[in-house]
Structures are given as structure tokens and as C-alpha cells.
Design a binder for this molecule. Structure first.
Ligand code: SAM
Length: 311
């Protein structure tokens, strides 16, 4: 199933957009789109996957792109400007997929893609506050209009709530220690920047944990980002809505980047298969080749699952 060639994939990866689309060949083949197909990219980002899909569906096809990030929408619009098929770019949360499609008068589509998580556009911009590697405001909102940022969570949740959040969404085994240190630190002064938070986390962790290769703030930052954007709840809801809009014979593909996301996708997909509504195209998730993992570090944790709707 996997291994055929995708025309233009090299161009797509080397064009002047910094976010390299992950496992683009595998995703395109799994979606098995034909000329004239209608496809939804629920996580448009910088439009890398969308551009590849646009080339397959062609002038007779239709591409619907959704992203909640204002800047991503602008960049993707620019990247897709030469697409000669029908293009609809909508700034929205994919939790509202039903509303987005009904506002466009679309009920069934041939393919749906989710490429979860943050883009390098978001991660690399210190002002967005996603990265523990650069100093910026404690923000982490993918949708810049959302009312609650990481600052509010970190400076107002109780110690117990912070501990639970770090454990549930980051599987951080020192969640309680970090929560205690956060609450102690903020009683002197608000935790305002990513660097403030990294410093607090480093203070909370035992020496050996800070030196084991993975940045000690990785799990906490993942957890806070998931909480700010309510990523897991949104994903659970969206997968149900998405399957309902895939036509029989159509396909859905999801790229997950950590085990919590992938577990949701795996369980949902298995449930759909058990109900006789879908067949799984990936019994186990596909992983990037060594070549891709070497060239694009972001791809290393990617897990791709796909299904075909049958009923
Ligand atoms: C990994 S990037 C996608 C990159 C894209 N596939 C590309 O090739 O450029 C994920 C994007 O999904 C968006 N996103 C994440 N969760 C979302 C949600 N619930 N609703 C809408 N957009 C979301 C993010 O804002 C980000 O731009």
C-alpha cells in the first residue's frame, strides 16, 4: 500500500516554507485521493499537506482547509494561491467541523486529514510562548482569541489542579513536586514568561532528571499546551464528527505526535471498526523512515493511522 511515488513531493518539502510536512508520502497514499475529490485538511498549518492534496485532487477537486491560528491561515492562503480547484479556507476550531461543513453546504467528503499539535510557525515564534527553548510570554494559545492562556492556568489553578494537569497531560512523574514549586514561586511573583516557568521546573526536579538528555521541561510544557488548547477533548469529539462526514469508500488519516493523542485515535478507530463503520488501513501506526526522522526531527514522534469508511 505504501511505497509508490508522489509527484512533486520533493518540491513541496523544499519550498520556502519552514514547516516541513510530516510523512507526506504515506499520508497522501493512505488518503488515496483521486482527481476531482473533495478533501478536508482540519489542521491546515502552513499548508504543506494541503498543497500535496491539492495537486492530487486538481482543478476539478475541492480543498477545505481549517485552522484556528490566524497566522497559519494567512500563510496557507498564500501557499495555496495557485490551486485551480475550489478552495475554502476557514478559521475555526476543528471541534466545529459540522458547522464549518454545513456553512459550506458540504455533507460528505472523500478524505479528511488531521496533522495534530503545533506547527513550527507556532513553536519557533518566541512570542507565542510554546517553546521552553526561547523566552516569551507564557501564552501557548493556538487560537490567539481564546480567553485563557498558559499564564492564567499557571498563575491561578490550585496546586492540586496543576499537579493533576501535569500528570494527566504530560505523564510527568514529578508532577506534584513541580506543582508545589510553581505555587511557592508565584506567591512571591507571577510566573510571566516561558523562562520563568523553565527556571521553576528546573528548581523542582532532582539533579539527575535535569541531565538525562530530554529537556526537563518537555513534559510540563506539553501538558500545559494540551490543557490551554483542550486538545484531547477536542480531538475525541472531532473524530466522531469527522467519520460522519466521510463518504463510504472515503478515508480519514490522523498524524499524532504523542502517546496520549495516539491512544485516543487508536481507541476511536477500533470502536468505528467494531461498529462496522470502518476498516483500519493501519493495524499499527506508521512511523517515519530513518531518512525522514534524520532530516526532520519533528517527524520522529509521528504516528500515522488511517481508516476507510465502509458503512
Ligand atoms: C502540525 S500543524 C499542521 C501543519 C500542516 N499539516 C502543514 O503541512 O503545514 C497543526 C496545525 O493545526 C492547528 N490546530 C491544532 N489543533 C486545532 C484545532 N483543534 N482546530 C483547528 N486547528 C488546529 C494548529 O494551529 C496548527 O497550525
Amino acid at each position: 500500500m505504501i511505497g509508490g511515488s508522489l509527484k512533486h513531493s520533493k518540491d513541496i518539502m523544499t519550498e520556502s516554507f519552514s514547516h516541513v510536512p510530516v510523512m507526506i508520502r504515506e499520508v497522501t497514499e493512505l488518503l488515496n485521493l483521486k482527481s476531482g475529490a473533495t478533501v478536508v485538511d482540519c489542521t491546515l498549518g502552513l499548508g504543506g499537506h494541503a498543497q500535496a492534496m491539492a495537486r492530487v485532487v486538481g482543478a476539478e477537486g475541492r480543498l477545505i482547509g481549517i485552522d484556528q491560528d490566524r497566522e497559519a491561515i494567512e500563510k496557507a492562503r498564500e501557499r495555496l494561491k495557485d490551486f485551480s480547484g475550489r478552495l475554502d479556507i476557514v478559521r475555526s476550531n476543528f471541534r466545529k467541523l459540522d458547522d464549518v461543513l454545513s456553512s459550506l453546504g458540504v455533507s460528505e467528503v472523500d478524505g479528511i486529514l488531521f496533522d495534530l499539535g503545533v506547527s513550527s510557525l507556532q513553536l519557533d515564534d518566541a512570542a507565542r510562548g510554546f517553546s521552553f527553548r526561547s523566552e516569551g510570554p507564557l501564552d501557548m494559545r493556538m487560537d490567539q482569541d481564546m480567553p485563557v492562556s498558559a499564564f492564567e492556568l499557571i498563575n491561578s489553578l490550585s496546586e492540586e489542579e496543576i499537579g493533576n494537569l501535569l500528570w494527566r497531560y504530560g505523564e510527568e512523574r514529578f508532577s506534584r513536586r513541580i506543582a508545589t514549586t510553581i505555587v511557592r514561586a508565584r506567591s512571591a511573583r507571577a510566573i510571566e514568561t516561558t523562562k520563568d516557568l523553565v527556571d521553576v521546573i528546573l528548581r523542582a526536579l532532582p539533579y539527575r532528571v535535569s541531565r538525562d538528555g530530554v529537556h526537563p521541561a518537555t513534559r510540563s510544557f506539553q501538558a500545559i499546551r494540551i490543557a490551554v488548547n483542550q486538545e484531547l477533548d477536542v480531538l475525541t469529539m472531532a473524530l466522531d464528527a469527522a467519520l460522519a462526514h466521510v463518504k463510504v469508500g472515503g478515508r480519514m488519516c490522523v498524524i499524532a505526535f504523542h502517546s496520549l493523542e495516539d491512544r485516543i485515535v487508536k481507541e476511536k478507530f477500533r470502536g468505528f471498526a467494531k461498529e462496522g463503520r470502518a476498516v483500519l488501513l493501519t493495524k499499527k501506526p506508521l512511523r517515519p523512515t530513518d531518512g525522514e526522522a534524520g532530516e526532520n526531527p519533528r517527524s520522529r514522534s509521528a504516528r500515522v493511522r488511517a481508516l476507510e469508511r465502509i458503512g
